[in-house]
Design a protein around this ligand. Structure first.
Ligand SMILES: Nc1ncnc2c1ncn2[C@@H]1O[C@H](COP(=O)(O)OP(=O)(O)OP(=O)(O)O)[C@@H](O)[C@H]1O
Ligand SMILES: [Mg+2]
Length: 310
Protein backbone atom coordinates (compact mmCIF):
# COMPACT_ATOMS: atom_id res chain seq x y z
CA UNK A 1 0.00 0.00 0.00
CA UNK A 2 1.14 3.57 -0.77
CA UNK A 3 -0.14 6.48 1.38
CA UNK A 4 -0.65 9.91 -0.17
CA UNK A 5 -1.11 13.05 1.92
CA UNK A 6 -2.97 15.33 -0.47
CA UNK A 7 -4.63 17.48 2.15
CA UNK A 8 -5.66 20.39 -0.08
CA UNK A 9 -8.24 18.61 -2.23
CA UNK A 10 -9.85 20.82 -4.88
CA UNK A 11 -12.61 21.09 -7.41
CA UNK A 12 -11.01 21.76 -10.79
CA UNK A 13 -12.98 23.43 -13.55
CA UNK A 14 -11.47 23.10 -17.01
CA UNK A 15 -13.04 25.50 -19.50
CA UNK A 16 -12.25 25.77 -23.19
CA UNK A 17 -12.58 29.22 -24.76
CA UNK A 18 -12.01 30.70 -28.16
CA UNK A 19 -9.79 33.40 -26.65
CA UNK A 20 -9.18 34.79 -23.18
CA UNK A 21 -9.68 38.57 -23.18
CA UNK A 22 -9.21 40.28 -19.80
CA UNK A 23 -12.12 42.59 -18.96
CA UNK A 24 -14.43 41.03 -21.55
CA UNK A 25 -17.10 38.34 -21.52
CA UNK A 26 -16.05 34.98 -22.97
CA UNK A 27 -18.34 32.05 -23.66
CA UNK A 28 -17.21 28.54 -22.80
CA UNK A 29 -16.91 26.08 -25.70
CA UNK A 30 -16.76 23.20 -23.26
CA UNK A 31 -16.58 22.71 -19.51
CA UNK A 32 -15.48 19.82 -17.34
CA UNK A 33 -15.47 19.49 -13.57
CA UNK A 34 -12.95 17.15 -11.94
CA UNK A 35 -11.98 16.26 -8.41
CA UNK A 36 -8.55 17.88 -8.09
CA UNK A 37 -5.57 18.61 -5.94
CA UNK A 38 -2.05 17.37 -6.56
CA UNK A 39 -2.21 14.54 -4.03
CA UNK A 40 -5.47 13.35 -5.54
CA UNK A 41 -3.82 13.25 -8.98
CA UNK A 42 -0.94 11.23 -7.57
CA UNK A 43 -3.27 8.79 -5.81
CA UNK A 44 -5.58 8.16 -8.76
CA UNK A 45 -2.60 7.63 -11.06
CA UNK A 46 -1.00 5.15 -8.65
CA UNK A 47 -4.32 3.26 -8.60
CA UNK A 48 -4.54 3.35 -12.42
CA UNK A 49 -1.12 1.66 -12.53
CA UNK A 50 -2.48 -1.14 -10.38
CA UNK A 51 -1.05 -0.40 -6.92
CA UNK A 52 -3.06 -0.16 -3.71
CA UNK A 53 -3.21 3.44 -2.54
CA UNK A 54 -4.89 5.54 0.12
CA UNK A 55 -5.41 9.30 0.08
CA UNK A 56 -5.91 11.62 3.05
CA UNK A 57 -7.51 14.96 2.22
CA UNK A 58 -10.24 17.47 2.87
CA UNK A 59 -13.83 17.07 1.76
CA UNK A 60 -16.99 19.20 2.14
CA UNK A 61 -20.64 18.24 2.09
CA UNK A 62 -21.28 19.77 -1.36
CA UNK A 63 -18.53 17.75 -3.03
CA UNK A 64 -18.44 14.58 -0.95
CA UNK A 65 -20.43 12.74 -3.55
CA UNK A 66 -18.27 13.81 -6.51
CA UNK A 67 -14.90 13.21 -4.85
CA UNK A 68 -15.63 10.15 -2.71
CA UNK A 69 -17.49 8.41 -5.54
CA UNK A 70 -14.78 9.16 -8.11
CA UNK A 71 -12.02 7.97 -5.80
CA UNK A 72 -13.89 4.76 -5.14
CA UNK A 73 -14.52 4.21 -8.88
CA UNK A 74 -10.84 4.71 -9.51
CA UNK A 75 -9.71 2.33 -6.79
CA UNK A 76 -8.38 4.89 -4.30
CA UNK A 77 -9.13 4.34 -0.61
CA UNK A 78 -10.11 7.89 0.36
CA UNK A 79 -10.01 9.18 3.93
CA UNK A 80 -11.88 12.50 3.67
CA UNK A 81 -11.83 14.89 6.62
CA UNK A 82 -15.07 16.86 6.29
CA UNK A 83 -15.06 20.63 6.83
CA UNK A 84 -17.95 23.11 6.81
CA UNK A 85 -16.24 25.64 4.51
CA UNK A 86 -15.84 24.86 0.83
CA UNK A 87 -12.72 23.02 -0.29
CA UNK A 88 -10.46 24.82 -2.79
CA UNK A 89 -11.74 25.80 -6.22
CA UNK A 90 -9.36 25.95 -9.17
CA UNK A 91 -9.99 27.16 -12.68
CA UNK A 92 -8.08 26.33 -15.87
CA UNK A 93 -8.96 28.33 -19.00
CA UNK A 94 -7.71 26.98 -22.29
CA UNK A 95 -7.81 29.13 -25.43
CA UNK A 96 -7.95 27.97 -29.04
CA UNK A 97 -4.12 27.93 -29.19
CA UNK A 98 -4.05 25.45 -26.35
CA UNK A 99 -2.57 27.95 -23.91
CA UNK A 100 -3.81 27.39 -20.36
CA UNK A 101 -4.34 30.11 -17.75
CA UNK A 102 -4.82 28.78 -14.25
CA UNK A 103 -6.46 30.46 -11.26
CA UNK A 104 -5.88 28.57 -8.03
CA UNK A 105 -8.26 29.28 -5.15
CA UNK A 106 -6.71 29.97 -1.78
CA UNK A 107 -8.82 27.28 -0.12
CA UNK A 108 -10.18 26.99 3.41
CA UNK A 109 -8.46 28.20 6.58
CA UNK A 110 -8.33 25.22 8.93
CA UNK A 111 -8.88 25.22 12.69
CA UNK A 112 -6.48 23.38 15.00
CA UNK A 113 -9.06 20.58 15.34
CA UNK A 114 -9.37 20.16 11.56
CA UNK A 115 -5.58 20.08 11.21
CA UNK A 116 -5.38 17.48 13.98
CA UNK A 117 -8.01 15.33 12.22
CA UNK A 118 -5.97 15.31 8.99
CA UNK A 119 -2.77 14.50 10.86
CA UNK A 120 -4.45 11.64 12.73
CA UNK A 121 -5.74 10.09 9.48
CA UNK A 122 -2.29 10.59 7.99
CA UNK A 123 -0.60 8.73 10.88
CA UNK A 124 -3.02 5.83 10.49
CA UNK A 125 -2.42 5.62 6.76
CA UNK A 126 1.38 5.68 7.25
CA UNK A 127 1.05 2.71 9.62
CA UNK A 128 -0.72 0.73 6.89
CA UNK A 129 1.65 1.65 4.03
CA UNK A 130 5.17 0.89 2.87
CA UNK A 131 5.75 4.16 1.03
CA UNK A 132 4.46 7.69 1.67
CA UNK A 133 3.94 10.65 -0.68
CA UNK A 134 3.38 14.25 0.50
CA UNK A 135 1.99 16.24 -2.40
CA UNK A 136 0.79 19.76 -3.03
CA UNK A 137 0.15 22.83 -0.95
CA UNK A 138 -0.73 22.73 2.72
CA UNK A 139 -4.21 24.10 3.53
CA UNK A 140 -4.08 27.51 5.18
CA UNK A 141 -3.58 27.33 8.93
CA UNK A 142 -0.88 24.64 8.84
CA UNK A 143 2.59 25.97 9.74
CA UNK A 144 5.09 25.77 6.84
CA UNK A 145 7.13 23.28 8.90
CA UNK A 146 4.37 20.66 8.63
CA UNK A 147 5.89 18.62 5.79
CA UNK A 148 9.29 18.74 7.51
CA UNK A 149 7.69 17.17 10.59
CA UNK A 150 5.79 14.58 8.56
CA UNK A 151 8.97 13.54 6.72
CA UNK A 152 10.71 13.02 10.06
CA UNK A 153 7.72 11.04 11.31
CA UNK A 154 7.67 8.77 8.23
CA UNK A 155 11.43 8.20 8.21
CA UNK A 156 11.26 7.60 11.98
CA UNK A 157 9.18 4.48 11.37
CA UNK A 158 11.62 3.29 8.71
CA UNK A 159 9.52 4.17 5.63
CA UNK A 160 10.48 6.22 2.60
CA UNK A 161 8.90 9.64 2.10
CA UNK A 162 8.51 11.37 -1.30
CA UNK A 163 7.74 15.11 -1.33
CA UNK A 164 6.39 17.36 -4.08
CA UNK A 165 5.71 20.85 -2.81
CA UNK A 166 6.88 24.41 -3.29
CA UNK A 167 7.74 27.55 -1.34
CA UNK A 168 8.47 27.45 2.38
CA UNK A 169 6.81 24.05 2.85
CA UNK A 170 9.40 22.58 0.45
CA UNK A 171 12.34 24.61 1.81
CA UNK A 172 11.55 23.35 5.30
CA UNK A 173 10.90 19.78 4.17
CA UNK A 174 14.36 19.68 2.60
CA UNK A 175 15.89 20.18 6.06
CA UNK A 176 14.39 16.82 7.04
CA UNK A 177 16.19 15.13 4.13
CA UNK A 178 13.28 13.37 2.40
CA UNK A 179 14.12 10.19 0.52
CA UNK A 180 12.92 11.83 -2.72
CA UNK A 181 11.78 15.26 -3.85
CA UNK A 182 10.46 16.15 -7.30
CA UNK A 183 10.88 19.83 -8.05
CA UNK A 184 10.01 21.17 -11.50
CA UNK A 185 12.14 23.80 -13.19
CA UNK A 186 10.67 26.74 -11.23
CA UNK A 187 10.76 24.89 -7.93
CA UNK A 188 14.38 23.77 -8.25
CA UNK A 189 15.42 27.34 -9.14
CA UNK A 190 13.60 28.55 -6.05
CA UNK A 191 15.18 25.86 -3.84
CA UNK A 192 18.75 26.33 -5.03
CA UNK A 193 18.66 30.03 -5.89
CA UNK A 194 19.83 29.67 -9.50
CA UNK A 195 18.13 28.83 -12.81
CA UNK A 196 18.10 25.22 -14.06
CA UNK A 197 17.43 25.49 -17.78
CA UNK A 198 18.82 22.36 -19.40
CA UNK A 199 19.56 18.71 -18.71
CA UNK A 200 23.19 19.39 -17.68
CA UNK A 201 22.02 21.97 -15.16
CA UNK A 202 19.38 19.52 -13.87
CA UNK A 203 22.09 16.91 -13.26
CA UNK A 204 24.09 19.50 -11.32
CA UNK A 205 20.96 20.38 -9.36
CA UNK A 206 20.30 16.72 -8.55
CA UNK A 207 23.86 16.40 -7.27
CA UNK A 208 23.35 19.44 -5.06
CA UNK A 209 20.17 17.90 -3.63
CA UNK A 210 22.04 14.66 -2.92
CA UNK A 211 24.65 16.62 -0.99
CA UNK A 212 21.80 18.09 1.04
CA UNK A 213 20.66 14.60 2.00
CA UNK A 214 18.04 13.69 -0.63
CA UNK A 215 18.77 10.07 -1.60
CA UNK A 216 16.83 10.09 -4.86
CA UNK A 217 16.22 13.57 -6.31
CA UNK A 218 14.07 13.88 -9.44
CA UNK A 219 14.09 17.16 -11.38
CA UNK A 220 11.30 17.47 -13.94
CA UNK A 221 11.61 19.78 -16.93
CA UNK A 222 8.36 19.62 -18.88
CA UNK A 223 8.96 18.72 -22.53
CA UNK A 224 12.68 18.21 -21.75
CA UNK A 225 11.81 15.19 -19.61
CA UNK A 226 13.26 14.48 -16.20
CA UNK A 227 16.56 13.76 -14.47
CA UNK A 228 16.80 11.33 -11.55
CA UNK A 229 19.73 10.33 -9.37
CA UNK A 230 20.62 7.75 -6.76
CA UNK A 231 23.86 6.47 -5.24
CA UNK A 232 24.66 4.64 -8.51
CA UNK A 233 24.36 7.55 -10.89
CA UNK A 234 22.27 9.94 -12.95
CA UNK A 235 19.62 9.24 -15.57
CA UNK A 236 17.74 11.40 -18.02
CA UNK A 237 14.51 10.31 -19.69
CA UNK A 238 12.30 12.07 -22.20
CA UNK A 239 9.52 11.39 -24.62
CA UNK A 240 8.65 13.64 -27.54
CA UNK A 241 4.93 14.14 -28.03
CA UNK A 242 3.38 15.33 -31.28
CA UNK A 243 0.36 16.88 -29.66
CA UNK A 244 -0.01 18.06 -26.08
CA UNK A 245 -3.56 18.66 -24.88
CA UNK A 246 -3.12 19.46 -21.19
CA UNK A 247 0.19 19.10 -19.40
CA UNK A 248 -1.08 20.48 -16.08
CA UNK A 249 -0.64 17.65 -13.56
CA UNK A 250 2.16 15.97 -15.55
CA UNK A 251 4.45 16.33 -12.56
CA UNK A 252 1.89 14.63 -10.34
CA UNK A 253 1.60 11.68 -12.74
CA UNK A 254 5.41 11.52 -13.07
CA UNK A 255 5.65 11.29 -9.29
CA UNK A 256 2.94 8.60 -9.19
CA UNK A 257 4.86 6.47 -11.72
CA UNK A 258 8.05 6.93 -9.72
CA UNK A 259 6.33 5.96 -6.47
CA UNK A 260 5.03 2.78 -8.15
CA UNK A 261 8.50 1.96 -9.53
CA UNK A 262 10.06 2.37 -6.08
CA UNK A 263 7.29 0.33 -4.44
CA UNK A 264 7.87 -2.49 -6.95
CA UNK A 265 11.63 -2.43 -6.40
CA UNK A 266 12.34 -1.48 -10.02
CA UNK A 267 15.74 -0.05 -11.05
CA UNK A 268 16.04 3.74 -11.16
CA UNK A 269 16.28 3.54 -14.96
CA UNK A 270 12.98 1.64 -15.20
CA UNK A 271 11.37 3.76 -12.49
CA UNK A 272 12.20 6.97 -14.36
CA UNK A 273 10.96 5.45 -17.62
CA UNK A 274 7.62 4.67 -15.99
CA UNK A 275 7.41 8.14 -14.46
CA UNK A 276 8.11 9.94 -17.74
CA UNK A 277 5.59 7.74 -19.58
CA UNK A 278 2.98 8.72 -16.97
CA UNK A 279 3.84 12.45 -17.23
CA UNK A 280 3.48 12.25 -21.01
CA UNK A 281 0.31 10.12 -20.86
CA UNK A 282 -1.63 12.72 -18.91
CA UNK A 283 -0.41 15.50 -21.24
CA UNK A 284 -2.08 13.66 -24.14
CA UNK A 285 -5.54 13.81 -22.54
CA UNK A 286 -7.75 16.73 -21.56
CA UNK A 287 -8.24 15.58 -17.98
CA UNK A 288 -5.70 16.97 -15.52
CA UNK A 289 -3.56 14.54 -13.56
CA UNK A 290 -4.86 11.15 -14.59
CA UNK A 291 -3.67 8.38 -16.89
CA UNK A 292 -5.06 5.24 -18.46
CA UNK A 293 -2.81 2.26 -17.86
CA UNK A 294 -2.94 1.22 -21.52
CA UNK A 295 -1.76 4.69 -22.65
CA UNK A 296 1.20 4.45 -20.28
CA UNK A 297 2.05 0.95 -21.52
CA UNK A 298 1.91 2.14 -25.13
CA UNK A 299 4.25 5.06 -24.36
CA UNK A 300 6.83 3.11 -22.30
CA UNK A 301 8.88 1.84 -25.28
CA UNK A 302 9.00 5.38 -26.73
CA UNK A 303 10.73 6.85 -23.67
CA UNK A 304 14.41 7.53 -24.36
CA UNK A 305 16.50 6.89 -21.25
CA UNK A 306 20.15 7.75 -21.00
CA UNK A 307 22.75 7.37 -18.29
CA UNK A 308 24.62 10.61 -17.64
CA UNK A 309 27.87 11.50 -16.02
CA UNK A 310 28.46 14.68 -14.14
N1 LIG B 1 5.10 18.73 -23.35
C1 LIG B 1 5.56 17.57 -22.85
N2 LIG B 1 6.04 16.63 -23.67
C2 LIG B 1 6.51 15.44 -23.19
N3 LIG B 1 6.53 15.15 -21.88
C3 LIG B 1 6.08 16.06 -21.01
C4 LIG B 1 5.55 17.31 -21.44
N4 LIG B 1 5.17 18.01 -20.36
C5 LIG B 1 5.44 17.22 -19.29
N5 LIG B 1 5.99 16.06 -19.67
C6 LIG B 1 6.45 14.95 -18.81
O1 LIG B 1 5.89 15.11 -17.52
C7 LIG B 1 6.94 15.37 -16.56
C8 LIG B 1 6.48 16.40 -15.55
O2 LIG B 1 6.21 17.62 -16.19
P1 LIG B 1 6.58 19.06 -15.54
O3 LIG B 1 8.05 19.16 -15.34
O4 LIG B 1 5.91 20.07 -16.39
O5 LIG B 1 5.89 18.91 -14.10
P2 LIG B 1 5.22 20.01 -13.13
O6 LIG B 1 5.59 21.38 -13.55
O7 LIG B 1 5.57 19.58 -11.77
O8 LIG B 1 3.68 19.73 -13.40
P3 LIG B 1 2.42 19.84 -12.40
O9 LIG B 1 2.93 20.49 -11.14
O10 LIG B 1 1.41 20.63 -13.15
O11 LIG B 1 1.98 18.44 -12.16
C9 LIG B 1 8.14 15.81 -17.37
O12 LIG B 1 9.34 15.47 -16.67
C10 LIG B 1 7.95 15.01 -18.65
O13 LIG B 1 8.46 13.71 -18.46
MG1 LIG C 1 4.49 20.01 -10.02
Amino acid sequence: MIAVAGFNTAIDRFIRLDALRPGEVSRALGEQVYPGGKGLHVAQTIAALGERVQLVGLIDAAHRNLIARRMSERGVLFHGVEITDSIRNCLALQDANGQITEILGQGPLLSQAQQAALLLDFRRSVDESELVVLSGSLPRGFPPTTYAKLVTQVHGVGKRCLVDASGMAMQNALQSQPFLIKPNRDEIAELLGHPVDDVAAAVGAAAQLQRRGVAMPVVSMGALGAVAADADGYWHAELTLDEVRNSVGSGDCLLAGIAVGIKRGMSLEQTLRLGVACGAATALAEETGFVERRTVEALLPRVRVQRLTI
